[in-house]
Ligand binder design. Structure first.
Ligand code: DO4
Ligand code: MG
Length: 276
């Protein structure tokens, strides 16, 4: 089942190729329900059909958005290269194989771009990339209740200059996008699940590549258990699980680019790029 959030009609469910309206009385707190799967099955059975959702919002409420890093070999390699001059390469190598993962706070709903709206690149950065990441919706009790698509926009020059600049490379207005929907499923998407990134500039595709979940070094539940250690999330949390796709060193996003991130079974998160 896919759960969409819309500007006009609130939460809309897609079940067996039908769109079903979630009653307004159930909107609040829907993404923090421990019983989300069972609850949505009940809504699907009642079946008040709705039109295909438009004007999508990020499918979240007041969760903090967190991100895991260096969970794919490709991310480790790219980070080691970009931070070589700053002597930071060793940290990325070590965290890739350490027991404790890298986790950082990416932002709150306020910093998240909705599907179809612009993400931003910083004005004080010249080297920017999108990071396509399977993103977990986690309940207040630490259970994974859904899966969505995330874009962890990153300023590689700032990150590479000094690892201590990570929060500035990662967290600024509209430095994340989430959507288009939450996949509510009892099981984690299978390892064969493809994560695809396409970047289009002036009508031409300038980057097009794919990875799959089998390249993800850590188990989603392992990342969640570290995130929830000693830390409470009364509104639940969203956790981006890291990128397995990093365009080559010569590539940077430019204003006007279109970023399409597709994850099998969830959909495509599309955003344009802005630098105001
Ligand atoms: O260590 C820096 C960030 C890594 C990251 O965001 C990723 O691997 O996806
Ligand atoms: Mg990332």
């Amino acid at each position: 089942m896919l759960l969409y959030r819309t500007a006009k009609t609130g939460w809309v469910l897609k079940s067996k190729n039908n769109y079903v309206q979630v009653p307004e009385a159930d909107w609040r707190g829907i993404t923090t329900r421990e019983d989300l799967h069972d609850f949505l099955e009940g809504i699907a059975k009642i079946g008040v059909y709705a039109p295909e959702p438009t004007e999508l919002l990020a499918p979240m409420e007041s969760q903090e958005v967190w991100a895991a890093g260096v969970t794919y070999f490709r991310s480790r390699a790219a980070r080691m290269e970009e931070s070589q001059a700053a002597g930071g390469g060793d940290f990325y190598d070590r965290v890739y194989s350490a027991v404790r993962p890298e986790l950082f706070m990416k932002g709150t709903a306020h910093r998240v771009a909705a599907p179809g709206t612009p993400v931003r690149i910083r004005r004080d950065s010249n080297w920017n990339v999108p990071e396509p990441e399977l993103t977990l919706l986690i309940s207040p009790q630490g259970n994974i209740i859904g899966y969505t698509v995330g874009n962890d926009m990153s300023s590689r020059d700032i990150e590479g200059e000094n690892p201590l600049y990570l929060p500035q490379a990662k967290v600024y207005d509209r430095s994340a996008a989430i959507g288009p929907a939450i996949l509510v499923a009892r099981r984690t998407p299978p390892p064969t699940t493809a994560i695809k990134l396409k970047i289009t500039r002036d009508g031409k595709v300038v980057f097009n590549d794919a990875t799959s979940l089998k390249e993800l070094k850590r188990k989603p539940q392992e990342l969640v258990s570290y995130l929830y250690r000693e830390t409470s999330f009364p509104h639940g949390a969203l956790l981006m699980t890291g990128t397995g796709l990093v365009p080559g060193d010569g590539f940077t996003l430019l204003p006007g680019d279109q970023v399409d991130i597709t994850i099998d079974g969830i959909g495509t998160l599309s955003n344009t790029v802005e630098q105001l």
